[in-house]
Design a protein around this ligand. Structure first.
Ligand SMILES: NC(=O)c1ccc[n+]([C@@H]2O[C@H](COP(=O)([O-])OP(=O)(O)OC[C@H]3O[C@@H](n4cnc5c(N)ncnc54)[C@H](OP(=O)(O)O)[C@@H]3O)[C@@H](O)[C@H]2O)c1
Length: 259
């Protein structure tokens, strides 16, 4: 049974990279809105289990599964695990919201970026989003929704982000094509493009380097770097009932960086 066929069933979100940072914040914000969560981690199982506990404290159900979004060979087995978990925990065969969030950064000037670095970013950000969504599609309920996490760096350019930002640009184009093709199933697909946020991302540079933090605050209209909950709340809000008609959009959540 799907949530759409049973109006009393809770909605279920699958958030990749839900163990830390923006994915963790999105998972907790969704749970606060009454959504159950399947979250993934790649290395930090303890943090993932801590998020599961925090969600359970809110009275929602949550499960953590391991997933490497950079390894597409594992996606079929991951989809099988999701299927098993849906049946065992929710007595369901579909979930409602997919948040493609997991990812890593890379700071390297164009001239210094290696083929191996580009391949890694391609695998994690673009190929991962593409084929994970494809493999999970049969498990997403008609009328469900997908959010792909991109970056403000696709609109403005900061030296050292060419490879990373180009992959996120691909994710944004993919978002529009998914919206076009999945509309027939009532699935809306949007991009959230965060500005610079204080997480572990890129070695915690935005959070831990005072010069970088001050520089970002200086070119942000709202006058500070972003916090994880600035993004988690936006993702949960976008997946709220009131935003059901938002589709094929890139929504930048940056406090007004470089406007
Ligand atoms: N922070 C920013 O300034 C910023 C700005 C714009 C966009 N973004 C984007 O936002 C997303 C989340 O970033 P964040 O700031 O939350 O980063 P983060 O704090 O470093 O957290 C990264 C998350 O992704 C998971 N992850 C990393 N590599 C993975 C892989 N190969 N397979 C599966 N999961 C993986 C991590 O799992 P483990 O805990 O198990 O390691 C963790 O849950 C990324 O797509 C990033 O590009 C971030």
């Amino acid at each position: 049974m799907t949530a759409s066929s049973n109006p009393h069933a809770s909605r279920i979100a699958l958030v990749t990279g839900g163990s830390r940072g923006l994915g963790r914040s999105a998972a907790l914000a969704l749970a606060a809105d009454g959504v159950d969560v399947i979250l993934t981690y790649v290395s930090d199982e303890a943090s993932a289990q801590a998020v599961v506990s925090d969600i359970e404290v809110k009275g929602r159900r949550a499960i953590a599964l391991r997933l490497d979004v950079g390894d597409s060979k594992t996606f079929a087995a991951f989809a099988d695990s999701v299927k098993t978990v849906l049946a065992a925990t929710w007595q369901r065969d579909r979930f409602d919201f997919l948040v493609n969030n997991a990812g890593v950064g890379l700071h390297a000037n164009f001239e210094d970026t290696t083929e191996a670095q580009l391949d890694m970013l391609y695998n994690v950000h673009f190929k991962g989003t593409y084929f994970l969504t494809q493999k999970l599609l049969p498990l997403i309920a008609d009328g469900g929704r997908i959010v792909n996490v991109s970056s403000g760096l696709t609109r403005f350019s900061i030296a050292g982000a060419s490879a990373y930002a180009a992959m996120k640009g691909g994710v944004e184009v993919l978002t529009r094509y998914l919206a076009k093709e999945l509309g027939a199933r009532g699935i809306a697909v949007n991009t959230i493009a965060p500005g610079a946020i204080e997480t572990d991302f890129s070695g915690g540079m935005v959070r831990d380097n005072p010069q970088v933090n001050a520089m970002i605050a200086g070119f942000t209209a709202l006058g500070r770097a972003g916090k994880p909950d600035d993004i988690g709340g936006a993702i949960a809000g976008l997946l709220g009932e009131g935003n059901r008609w938002v589709n094929a959009q890139r929504i930048e959540v940056s406090g007004g960086m470089m406007v």
